[in-house]
Design a protein around this ligand. Structure first.
Ligand code: XMP
Length: 514
């Protein structure tokens, strides 16, 4: 394992992913973890991430010097680099040598461990106020920039390396190569971490954990729960029962996808609960978005719990485990403990009755989303499931502005299916993060169709581009694709006489309308 020490910037996750792209397993630990505890994990190497701008700032995180003396190879980046420098006796000062953004780096030691085989001058991404003016004793300076005399250094004997810039970001064009040099040449690691290994390891771990008991898993139709379930299914077969709650708010074909494709690919025991009537009833007359979300979340948990109880009452070994598709970013973020405002009350599959204790099986806890997709594909899940774009738990219920009725849902399902079909046909599925299709049920406008006046509803297209859904921009998609979608929706969907495009970024708009 390579430990990535997180100094509180947003870079640690990216570094961890880059290490894994180099086929080496990595984990993130907070910089507040005592060094002894880090070393007790027996890391094969340690990477110190970027972080706050000054090592001298009050309350700036630091590390016990022991981390550099334990014989474990260490790579410091940006803040990590400066921390390494100051801790080991080098000089870092606020001499006005600030650099932000793309900067040319001059490599001064062509055969150095990190830079071997990379160009003598290469663009790198900088973001720092202070600068290192003298490397610690025993270190060789390997690169500089116009304003920073010491932009990289290394001590091969002690296996300590550092760069002032951010090799993990795309703009540092040789960053991945430099990182791999650290891993393979500096730390002597081999690129052996693969999707196949992950599956093997997890299958063994799940068998060990579950033993001969039974487990249940809620399927939402999304990627994470499907892959988690497929992995557990591979491990324990018929000891797993999957529960899919059909709340009637899914898009066209999605329930069938779970019922047919998922079962075909995995052979899982699937219990489908058709609760659409119940959800419609609970949602009748409700148009407030938060109210809708609460109702859907509440009903969902009730139905799911009811299904759990039924399974608990079946003959067979004890049902002691609940499978969840928790991903690594959730683990890191909840461990990081940074409070974020509750903008919308998101709901996820789960919901444990107070008096029933399940142990959790979370086979994706170590994985990033792209790795989950790779595992899913390797397990034989179809692209329609594995490459699925994000879809909110409350489904189409929060894409109808106004109250939710069966007729409105059917209408929106048709419009959404047309939009998805055309976006796929135009090859835009990867470029577009997701494209909510929203029905403005409370709005009517006048139109003319087939020589007659119409008084129908508008449909909103909300195509967005994003990396993590925290921020997003509206996708500048081709006019002819928009035209085709508009023509088809207004022709084919009854009561819709207008299609409009949402050109708002997030912030200020959220991705969903409710
Ligand atoms: P917003 O609308 O907050 O959405 O910009 C950000 C991302 O989250 C999805 N979303 C949800 N996902 N349960 C979910 O599982 C929810 O309640 C929920 N609400 C929004 C949304 O589709 C987007 O990808």
């Amino acid at each position: 394992t390579v430990l990535v020490v997180d100094f509180g910037a947003q870079y640690a996750q990216l570094i961890a992913r880059r290490v894994r792209e180099a086929r080496v397993y990595s984990e993130i630990v907070p910089s507040t973890m005592p060094v002894a505890e880090m070393l007790a994990k027996n890391p094969a190497a340690i990477i110190l991430s970027g972080g706050p701008s000054s090592v001298y700032a009050e309350g700036a995180p630091s590390l016990d010097r022991e981390i550099f003396e334990a014989g474990v190879p260490v790579f410091g980046m940006c803040y990590g680099f400066q921390l390494m420098a100051t801790t080991l006796g080098g000089t870092v000062d606020d001499n006005g040598a600030r650099e932000y953004g793309r900067t040319p780096l001059a490599v001064s030691k062509a055969d150095s461990t990190l830079f071997a085989g990379t160009p003598a001058e290469q663009p790198v991404w900088m973001s720092h106020g202070d600068a290192c003016s003298a490397a610690p004793e025993g270190f060789t300076v390997t690169a500089s920039t116009d304003v920073v005399p010491v932009a990289a250094f290394e001590n091969d004997e002690k296996k300590l390396y550092g760069v002032q810039y951010h090799p993990e970001v795309m703009h540092s064009t040789h960053g991945q190569q430099v990182l791999e040099h650290f891993l393979y040449r500096g730390a002597g690691l081999k690129p052996t971490w693969t999707t196949g290994n992950v599956i093997e390891e997890q299958v063994a771990a799940i068998r060990e954990q579950v033993g001969d008991k039974r487990a249940i898993c809620g399927l939402s139709g999304g990627v994470d729960s499907a892959v988690a379930a497929a992995l557990v299914q591979k491990a324990i077969g018929s000891q797993l029962t999957c529960v899919y709650v059909d709340h009637g708010l899914m898009r066209k074909g999605e329930t069938e996808q779970v019922e047919k494709d998922f079962v075909a690919a995995t052979g899982a025991n699937l219990k489908v609960v058709d609760a659409s009537e119940r959800f419609l009833k609970a949602l009748a007359g409700v148009s407030d978005p938060e109210q809708k979300r609460k109702i859907i979340g509440r009903e969902f948990i009730r139905v799911f719990e009811q299904a759990q109880l039924e399974i608990l009452q079946e003959d067979g070994p004890e049902v002691a485990f609940l499978v969840q598709g928790t991903l690594y970013p959730d683990v890191v973020e909840s461990g990081g403990g940074t409070g974020t405002a509750n903008i919308k009350s998101h709901h996820n599959v789960g919901g444990l009755p107070d008096d029933i204790e399940f142990q959790l099986v979370e086979p994706l806890r170590q994985l990033f989303k792209d790795e989950v997709r790779a595992v899913g594909a390797e397990l034989g899940l179809p692209d329609e499931i594995v490459q699925r774009q994000p879809f909110p738990g409350p489904g189409l219920g929060i894409r109808i502005v106004g109250d939710v009725t069966k007729e409105r849902l059917d209408l929106l399902r048709e419009a959404d299916a047309i939009a998805r079909e055309e976006l796929t046909a135009a090859g835009l599925d990867r470029e577009i993060w997701q494209c909510p299709v929203v029905l403005l049920a409370d709005v009517r406008s006048v139109g003319v169709q087939g020589d007659g006046r119409t008084y129908g509803h508008p449909i909103v297209l909300r195509p967005v581009s994003s990396e993590d859904a925290m921020t997003a921009d509206w996708t500048r998609m081709p006019y002819d694709v928009l035209a085709k979608i508009s023509t088809r929706i207004t022709n084919e969907v009854k009561d819709v006489n207008r299609v409009v495009l949402d050109v708002t970024s997030k912030p200020p708009g959220t991705i969903e309308w409710e």
